[in-house]
Design a protein around this ligand. Structure first.
Ligand SMILES: Cc1ncc(COP(=O)(O)O)c(C=O)c1O
Length: 336
């Protein structure tokens, strides 16, 4: 097994901190956070760990453009655009649905980073995805560019290495703290973060890590299928000493709400709670929803009692600036 080449971009290791004040307010619970929202300002969040490997691959092939897809508040698109600007590459973003007239949050940054953008309605994009991607790649090649396609969320086998490596980083921090067992919680959407973390925990068992994914976009069956496929491809491609059937996946269900990227009252409550007790900002699409699973688990005694619970804060802060009224609107929150 050999770790693929990596282009260093993120500021690592990210801090692992105990949420003392929140823990105390919840009956002295052991709640910890791995601050992957602090991987670097423009690169903040989980995507940069995956992109470090994908960018190294693109550079080694002489590519000059990274092409990817997402919503107009996609953290992945913004991180890709930032990386390209930093390295003197071009970024090409296939965005759906069309953004509203006001350019906000992550999409504002896409524009500032000089990304080239194509916009589609969600229905049209989903029905014609493959043709659309091929047409954009052909258009770029015709213009003399050498594009490298990056799948949604950078969730491809190479990208999984971002979180395989993050697990080693986390385990070293846990060992320094004398923590020998813990629950680890990550948000799940395109699945690469969970897949890499799952593979990482199988490759390094010196701390007993119980991993839980919190879906924020789709149902469990969908995620199981996608993550199983991604893990198997990664195991095969990099000859990892893991038997895919050994990879048991565990999820905490019930946090998608009305759908992907639709903020809900529970997530807003979690964002406000953490902001006020710890001075840490979650986001309304991923971490706000996933952190609800930590709060529920701590409150009903399943998490953070006999062993620490560690939430991987995967970033997303710029989305807060895309939904200011939503974050302020819900006045029926406890204690306000
Ligand atoms: C802030 C944030 N957290 C979590 C996720 C989910 O990670 P993944 O797509 O690897 O499942 C994403 C991306 O989709 C994200 O942008």
């Amino acid at each position: 097994m050999q770790e693929p080449e990596r282009q260093i971009l993120a500021t690592l290791p990210t801090p692992l901190i105990r949420l003392e004040r929140l823990g105390l307010s919840l009956g002295d619970a052991q709640i910890w956070m791995k601050r992957d929202d602090l991987t670097g300002l423009e690169f903040s969040g989980n995507k940069i760990r995956k992109l470090e490997y994908i960018v190294a691959d693109a550079l080694s092939r002489g590519c000059d453009t990274l092409v990817t897809e997402g919503t107009c508040q996609s953290n992945h698109c913004r991180a890709t655009a930032a990386v390209c600007a930093r390295l003197g590459l071009k970024s090409a973003l296939l965005i759906r649905p069309e953004p509203s007239k006001e350019i906000l949050g992550n999409h504002l940054l896409d524009v500032l980073f000089g990304a080239q953008t194509w916009f589609y309605s969600s229905d049209h994009f989903n029905a014609n995805r493959e043709e659309i991607v091929q047409a954009v790649l052909a258009e770029l090649k015709d213009a003399g560019r050498k594009p490298r396609w990056v799948p949604m969320g950078a969730s491809e086998p190479l990208g999984c290495w971002g979180y395989i490596r993050a697990v080693t980083e986390l385990i070293n921090q846990l060992k320094d703290l004398g923590i020998t067992e813990c629950d680890v919680i990550v948000p799940v959407s395109s699945g690469g973060t969970y897949a890499g973390t799952l593979l990482g925990t199988h490759l390094n068992r010196s701390v007993d890590v119980r991993l839980w994914g919190v879906p924020v976009s789709d149902d469990i069956d969908h995620h199981k299928r996608e993550i199983t496929q991604l893990c198997s491809q990664t195991v095969d491609e990099f000859e990892l000493p893991i038997e895919p059937p050994d990879l048991r996946m565990q999820f905490l269900e019930g946090y998608v709400g009305d759908g992907y990227a639709i903020p809900n009252a529970a997530a807003i409550r979690a964002i406000r709670l953490l902001a006020r007790t710890e001075g840490i900002i979650l986001d309304p699409v991923y971490t706000g929803k996933a952190f609800c699973a930590v709060l529920d688990g701590v409150q009903d005694g399943r998490l953070g009692r006999d062993r620490p619970v560690i939430f991987i804060h995967t970033g997303g802060i710029f989305s807060d600036f895309a939904w200011p009224q939503t974050l302020l609107k819900n006045t029926s929150l406890d204690g306000e």
